[in-house]
Write a protein that binds this ligand. Structure first.
Ligand code: NIG
Ligand code: FE
Length: 434
């Protein structure tokens, strides 16, 4: 890239932290991140042109035209965070189920009684497209203010062709209109809808023969996900749906072995899924299958925390024994994990998954980007990659999981543009966090 003209020069970076490279970081590699003190980053258009110690960058830019220079004020800068597993677009909320949940009624029992996911299905079907958009947009603002620049968003609260398309159209519109990139996943197999109660195989046929082809024809999804769980979809049903998805060009993902051991991890390996999510109850063989087949485990410690589960995903074994490239995500949804805060997830990854800060930052950047097939473009600070950067008001990465429950993000640069500064979304009146 020619250095004759730089659109934005970010100077005064107290500490620049990034995983190196443009591929996922496996096992022990997750601990090694590049750290540069007193750094600068030069941006041209929407791409990183150059980064390094500030003195070196300025020397290399000698004679270049610099359109704008911005002082990071000694703050820490990382790649823009990536949240690779969310249920962003949905109607309503489920606080009415809180006391039931806290009195010990299990998540799957609430679902079996027609609540849980099915309660959100009712609310999502009843909501207009504009209502869904307005609600999801607020969440996306919060994510952006927390330092997230790319988000995956699943459908799965419509469960009819028209209602699934409605959710996916909202995700598309958000991607086009909001600064945060939204990556769409079709998850029509999130639950068996009430009208198919007791006839799950018939619903699977509807998914396979009508919904999937239409979603793919309209180009509204990149990935296909299934909730493979006791009382939801079996492993053979999951296989059938994901194989059909593959035929239509949708890359498989699986909500695998979240609560019961159903062979979801093994299936993710067998079918060549890009990622397997949750994995609390995954077997040793399942983890081995993930490793052998290059599947990325996406761990969601906010969900196990909020469901009050004693069990957590075996992150240490995944990283240390199986050398897996672990990613982290919020799983933002109205039931099992109603939070947009990736920084809370970092804290929980430290507390309950025993991941170290370097692993956590790797899991929220390059490995998260790999879980949605974008490691070549985002997730690390590299010349030529997209200029998505997050500025934190912290001295180092350990400070993020350490000082918890607040938002440390000061600024966000998205596609080379200053999008959040001084904790405000630029160009928005009264944008601040709710
Ligand atoms: O990832 N487990 C299934 N799906 C979501 C929860 C959805 C909901 O409860 O609304 C999850 O936890
Ligand atoms: Fe989920």
């Amino acid at each position: 890239m020619t250095l004759e003209r730089i659109d934005l020069l970010l100077t005064g970076i107290g500490r620049l932290v990034t995983p190196p490279g443009s591929v996922p970081r496996y096992g022990g590699e997750m601990r090694s991140v590049s750290e540069i003190e007193h750094a600068a980053i030069a941006i041209r258009g929407d791409r990183i042109a150059l980064f390094g110690p500030q003195g070196d960058v300025l020397t290399q830019l000698n004679g270049a035209e610099i359109v704008e220079t911005l002082d990071a004020g000694g703050r820490m800068v990382t790649p823009g965070l990536v949240d690779p597993h969310t249920h962003l677009v949905h109607g309503g909320s489920r606080e009415h189920e809180l006391s039931l949940k806290r009195s010990g009624v299990p998540y799957l029992d609430i679902l079996a009684q027609g609540g849980g996911i099915l309660s959100t299905v009712k609310a999502t079907r009843a909501a207009s497209e504009q209502e869904l958009y307005d609600k999801a947009r607020k969440s996306l603002d919060i994510m952006l203010l927390n330092g997230v620049t790319t988000v995956e968003a699943k459908s799965g609260y419509g469960l009819t062709l028209e209602d699934e398309l409605k959710q996916l159209r909202v995700a598309k519109r958000l991607h086009e209109e909001h600064p945060v990139d939204v990556v769409p996943t079709f998850m029509g197999a999130h639950a068996v809808p009430p009208e198919y109660k007791g006839r799950p195989d018939e619903f699977v046929e509807l998914l396979v023969n009508e919904m999937l082809p239409e979603v793919a024809r309209k180009g509204l999804a990149e990935f296909c996900d299934v909730f493979c769980e006791q009382g939801v979809f079996t492993a053979p049903q999951t296989r059938r749906i994901l194989q059909q998805g593959k035929r239509y060009g949708l890359i498989p993902k699986i909500h695998a072995d979240e609560i019961e051991t159903l062979g979801g991890a093994e299936l993710a390996g067998e079918i060549g899924a890009i990622s397997a999510e949750h994995l609390l109850a995954a077997s040793d063989e399942g983890l081995r299958m993930l490793a052998v087949n290059g599947v990325i485990p996406v761990l969601l410690p906010g969900t196990s925390f909020n469901l009050g589960l004693k069990q957590h995903a075996r992150a240490r074994e995944m990283i240390d024994t199986h050398q897996l490239p672990v990613a982290l995500s919020t799983d933002y949804n109205p039931g099992s994990c109603p939070t947009e805060s990736i920084q809370l997830i970092m804290m929980l990854a430290s507390l309950n998954l025993r991941m170290v800060p370097e692993e956590i930052i790797t899991a929220c950047t390059i490995n998260a980007s790999a879980a949605i097939g974008r490691a070549h473009d985002i997730g690390s600070i590299e010349a030529g990659k997209r200029a998505d950067l997050t500025l934190f008001d912290v001295p180092n990465i350990a400070y993020l999981p350490y000082h918890f429950g607040i938002n440390h993000t000061f600024g966000v640069i998205k596609n080379g543009k200053v999008t959040v500064w001084d904790r405000q979304i630029k160009g928005r009146k009264n944008a601040g966090e709710r």
